[in-house]
Design a protein around this ligand. Structure first.
Ligand code: ADP
Length: 194
């Protein structure tokens, strides 16, 4: 199973990604987590990554691809992945599609988690301070929504045109969201989707 989760901040990519990966027996690859780990590890790009993340700006594609490509390649060889937060720009989506072609694999579905910004902002403010994240502050949260609307949102029509978009109402309890995702995947008639 090869899936990706497309969603504004706070929509539950992490929660649903973990569940879907466990359900389908593949690796959950969370771009934000991998980049935060890279920033912590103090590699050459660490300071730059930390700065972009704390401002709520997208980390440049070259850095993102350097971190994500090995993880995606390894997971693809072991049965698949649930990508959470990657790709996030049209150029990343094109790079991801090229990688998939090179590896001889295709994406089965792109799951779009949708919820009103006011609901998502409240969730992020409620969790602020819990995860040790520098970007769960009101002004940075507003900026992350703007980045989603201006950049990542373009991936919704991109995957819709490819016939693999599953849109789910994320303004529901986590179990209901998971059930709707599973129903949406079944409707696409995917391998292992029941
Ligand atoms: P959220 O979706 O709640 O903002 P993430 O952990 O997915 O949380 O992302 C946090 C931050 O990590 C982003 O604001 C951005 O700085 C960086 N990031 C994550 N994924 C990408 C990506 N694919 N491209 C560029 N930057 C990314």
């Amino acid at each position: 199973m090869r899936l990706l989760l497309l969603a504004p901040p706070g929509a539950g990519k992490g929660t649903q990604g973990t569940r879907l990966a466990a359900w389908s027996g593949v690796r959950h690859i969370a771009a934000g987590d991998l980049l935060r780990a890279e920033a912590q590890a103090g590699s050459g790009s660490a300071r730059a990554i930390a700065a972009y993340q704390s401002r709520g700006d997208l980390v440049p594609d070259q850095i993102v691809l350097g971190v994500l490509t090995p993880a995606v390649t390894a997971a693809a060889a072991r049965g698949g992945f649930v990508l959470d937060g990657f790709p996030r720009t049209l150029s990343q989506a094109i790079a991801a599609a090229e990688l998939a072609t090179r590896l001889g694999v295709t994406l089965h579905a792109a799951i779009y988690l949708q919820a009103p910004e006011a609901v998502l902002t409240q969730r992020l403010l409620d969790r602020a301070g819990q995860g040790g994240r520098t970007d769960d502050k009101a002004d940075v949260i507003r900026h992350r929504f703007r980045v989603f609307a201006e950049t990542t949102g373009a991936l919704v029509p991109y995957y819709l045109e490819r016939g693999i978009l599953v849109t789910v109402d994320a303004d529901q309890p986590p179990d209901a969201v998971t059930a709707d995702i599973q129903a949406g995947l079944s409707a696409l008639r995917l391998p292992g989707a029941g």
